[in-house]
Ligand binder design. Structure first.
Ligand code: FES
Length: 98
């Protein structure tokens, strides 16, 4: 199972392949905002993927359009609710805490 490291805390947990990063982060007991409950509508689950970007699912249209509307987006940005865990380790930087 791939390992998911969460920054800035450095907490590392197992992440289930085929599940969203959002569910993996929440399963780790870490609070992350997700106002629209994973519909790519709110942008509150915006994270930066530091490692393992290529193992995640590709960005689809709805995610791309939402990312375009968010301030502070970079080439490492993803919506945690839309990025699906692959088979390799991932490191993400969380931006929001609830
Ligand atoms: S939870 Fe709303 S965009 Fe991810």
């Amino acid at each position: 199972m791939p390992m998911l490291t969460l920054q800035p805390s450095g907490k590392t947990v197992e992440a289930e392949s085929g599940k969203s990063l959002l569910s993996a982060i929440m399963a780790a007991g870490v609070a992350i905002m997700h106002k629209c409950e994973g519909k790519a509508e709110c942008g509150s689950c915006h994270i930066y993927v530091k490692e393992g970007r290529k193992t995640l699912s590709k960005i689809q249209r709805a995610e791309n359009e939402k990312l375009d509307s968010i301030v502070g987006v970079s080439s490492s940005s993803r919506l945690a609710c839309q990025a699906v865990v692959g088979t390799e380790n991932i490191t993400v930087e969380l931006l929001s805490f609830v």
